[in-house]
Design a protein around this ligand. Structure first.
Ligand code: ADP
Length: 487
């Protein structure tokens, strides 16, 4: 009998994505299937998600789920894995983004939208859904980020049904997003008064959803071993470091993998030329195509790329400051991203100062991101903190060498080309410390120098492309964790 796990998430590719959480939640069912885990994904019924279950029959109905009618529709994720969609039109049938309206303002009732997701998940885990007279229970629940975190609180304080408690795992994809709301919403959550304590859902006088999940889940994971250590400190824990520290060994780090069906330069249809580590010379066709696409000159120096949310976390506020330096040392940059309006403006100004050297594309474009990794020489990831990070893993797979800040998952996945690693022949990229003008300028210079040592660079590219950051080992790590909790 497979272990039946309910994965509760507010995003999953290919149905809805704002960041790396979607990639991970979308990849987990396939990653866990080889390890005897049948994972069912529960998603809110946003318009994009409802498309896939348009013709589905309801498998469960709530007359009132935290005050609103709701039903559950069954479908398939990616045409393969069990999917449950929480259809509650009053909560999710809206134009805009998953968490905000078209003007970018957070929805005022996000507490209800995501507490309802947790309530529904706890009901399902406890056997609310009945098929041919038999309750369909789950062995374990895996909740992602603050949006799903209330699941663990409901399982602990207000479980559905009388059968044994269902264990839960809470994964933090980013500590910066905590789901913090006013105390006035507590009476509407349907939780007993005893939940309103420091060990429960109360956080600094309000409702802390991520905090509730961290306090109530049986195990807490985050998406890299280094980030799991970093969040014990105030800088990275963002107020929750005390709780993380108190949870001790219940907190661990499991790296994200990449979907090698989508991210494989040998089979990537979006590239002008596909290639593998034996045929690196074929990358040049992709580079020429990328230069043309961004209006950049052909030149001898490296072509840097960046694909990122344009935010402080990602260090993207510092990037505009180093553009003059980058162009001055013979580098070029093609950047794709969107986010902070001021950062966008500063980047565009930099591009205007350096035509043919700096190309900026504001927006979100999945296919273009593939072409950038296939044609760029190095990908810049100067994050101030990075729970795991995916773009550096794509960079490794594509031989577009990651130039990364030494933090979180970036520190765990890239081997810096320092003298020791170069001598041992194991370098896979470049790391630097501290996200500021001086450190960034210095690492750009270092990268340009390394690039001009053609054979050394090529060796690093080959090492990078041979790294296995597929889900193989991380899928097993999650399965082992589930197994330990079941035992
Ligand atoms: P985060 O989730 O913090 O944004 P990650 O590196 O974990 O950072 O994941 C970001 C994901 O979103 C990656 O798959 C990356 O390629 C993708 N991405 C980010 N910005 C863009 C963009 N402008 N266009 C296309 N893909 C993007």
């Amino acid at each position: 009998m497979p272990l039946k796990v309910l994965s509760v998430t507010s995003e999953a590719v290919p149905l809805v994505k704002t960041g790396g959480l979607a990639d991970v939640a979308g990849a987990l069912p396939a990653a866990l299937a080889p390890h005897g885990v049948e994972m069912t994904t529960l998603l809110p019924g946003y318009p994009s998600v409802m498309q896939t279950v348009k013709r589905a029959r309801a498998v469960h109905v709530w007359d009132s789920l935290l005050g609103t009618p709701a039903r559950l529709l069954a479908g398939k994720l990616d045409g393969t894995y069990p999917l449950l969609v929480l259809d509650a039109p009053a909560l999710y049938a809206r134009e805009g983004a998953p968490y905000s309206d078209t003007a970018g303002r957070d929805w005022g009732d996000n507490w209800r939208r995501f507490a309802a997701l947790g309530r529904a998940a706890a009901d399902l885990a406890g056997g609310a859904m009945v098929k041919r007279g038999k309750p369909q229970r789950f062995d374990l629940v895996h909740a992602h980020d603050w949006q799903a975190a209330m699941t663990a609180a409901y399982l602990r304080f207000a479980p559905f049904g009388a059968e044994g408690r269902v264990p839960s795992v809470m994964t933090i994809h980013n500590m910066a997003f905590q789901g913090w709301f006013g105390a006035e919403v507590f009476p509407q959550l349907g939780l007993p008064g005893e939940a309103w304590t420091m060990d429960g859902v109360e956080y600094h006088g309000g409702l802390g959803m991520l905090k509730a999940g961290l306090a109530c889940a049986d195990a807490v994971t985050t998406v890299s071993p280094t980030y799991a250590r970093e969040i014990r400190s105030a800088t990275f824990g963002m107020g929750l470091e005390g709780l993380i520290t108190a949870r001790g060994n219940a907190v661990s780090g499991i790296l994200n993998g990449i979907d090698t069906a989508l991210w494989n330069p040998a089979k990537d249809a979006s590239l002008a030329a596909s290639y593998n580590h034996h045929r690196l010379e074929k990358r040049i066709a992709n580079k020429r195509a990328l230069e043309a696409e961004f209006g950049l000159d052909e030149a001898a120096g490296p072509l840097f790329v960046a694909v990122s949310r344009l935010t402080w976390q990602k260090g993207m506020d510092v990037l505009p400051e180093v553009l003059d330096h980058l162009a001055g040392i013979g580098g070029r940059l093609a950047l794709l991203g969107s986010g902070d309006a001021q950062i966008e403006q500063e980047l565009l100004k930099g591009a205007a100062r350096h035509p043919g050297r700096i190309g900026i594309r504001i927006g979100y474009d999945e296919a273009l991101s593939h072409r950038m990794l296939g044609g760029g020489d190095a990908i810049l990831v100067p994050s101030r903190f990075e729970p795991c990070g995916l773009t550096q893993l794509y960079g490794l797979a594509y031989g577009c060498l990651p130039v990364v800040a030494r933090t979180g998952g970036l520190a765990d996945t890239v081997i810096d080309a320092n003298p020791a690693a170069l001598t041992a022949g194991c370098a896979t990229g470049i790391q630097f410390d501290g996200v500021n003008y001086d450190s960034l300028a210095a690492v750009l210079t270092r990268t340009v120098d390394l690039f001009h040592q053609g054979e050394v660079w090529e060796r690093i590219q080959k090492n990078a492309m041979k790294c296995d950051f597929s889900w193989t080992s991380s899928g097993k790590a999650y399965a082992d964790l589930y197994g330990a909790l079941m035992a």
